[in-house]
Design a protein around this ligand. Structure first.
Ligand SMILES: Cc1cc2nc3c(=O)[nH]c(=O)nc-3n(C[C@H](O)[C@H](O)[C@H](O)COP(=O)(O)O)c2cc1C
Length: 211
């Protein structure tokens, strides 16, 4: 009885070992880079992002805003100049004042927070290269939008630069010094869920190897 038990146990161990080796071989031969069926959270966030202009009453916290600005500051910049400054707003009075003054950012009056992405000309490159600040701050802005999407928040890029009147409204409302140029105002809140991502994939806009 004892020896039969011993044989059974060793057989079971052998079978388990064989299964482990098989699983290991399968895992090693399965390169995740080639497996498009695997979940890719980054691509999902990119494709789920949409401009969100309607929000619930739930409040966005200071920590959440800091997380968003950290994501912004991770963006690439020309010559790594990081020629930017960010203004995070949670005060109702300031959000309303901006919402009243900016005709294309009225949703600020419903948002519980906003981030203003600004170029800092004192940190920017000089001469013809100065305008790289616009691209640098745009990359930072897109990071904010994607980070917001990934955190279950909703946001929308509303333009300040290059509209002189809108820049003036932001400068006056926030008391910005001369060398700080507001690129945009990004209202942020919890989405009501009415906005959906748009499918913008147009194969005709992609050219392979030459025009
Ligand atoms: C440079 C720029 C300026 C924009 N300005 C505004 C704006 O002033 N107000 C607004 O509601 N949306 C604004 N948007 C958002 C666009 O309307 C939106 O991205 C576009 O309709 C595509 O929709 P989606 O973001 O949901 O994909 C702006 C977007 C960009 C990139």
């Amino acid at each position: 009885m004892k020896s039969i038990n011993a044989i059974n146990t060793s057989q079971v161990v052998n079978i388990l070992l064989a299964i482990c080796v098989l699983l290991l071989i399968l895992k090693l031969s399965n390169n995740p880079k080639d497996d498009m069926s695997q979940k890719n959270n980054t691509l999902e966030t990119i494709h789920q992002r949409k401009s969100v202009r309607s929000y619930t009453d739930e409040v966005v916290s200071q920590e959440q805003l800091e997380t968003l600005v950290k994501a912004a500051m991770a963006a690439p910049t020309a010559v790594n100049k990081q020629p930017w400054a960010f203004i995070a707003i949670r005060e109702r009075e300031v959000l309303d004042k901006l919402g009243n003054g900016l005709p294309y950012a009225k949703m600020l009056k419903k948002a519980s927070a906003a981030i203003i992405v600004c170029g800092d000309l004192n940190k920017a490159l000089e001469g013809w290269e100065q305008e790289f600040w616009i691209q640098d701050c745009s990359a930072a802005s897109q990071n904010i939008l994607l980070a917001a999407q990934s955190m279950g928040l909703g946001a929308v890029w509303t333009a300040a630069y290059p509209a002189e009147d809108r820049m003036q409204t932001v400068k006056e409302t926030l008391n910005l010094p001369e060398h700080i140029i507001p690129l945009n105002v990004i209202p942020i809140g919890y989405p009501t869920g009415i906005e959906k991502p748009k499918d913008k994939w147009k194969p005709g806009n992609l050219h392979w190897d030459k025009w």
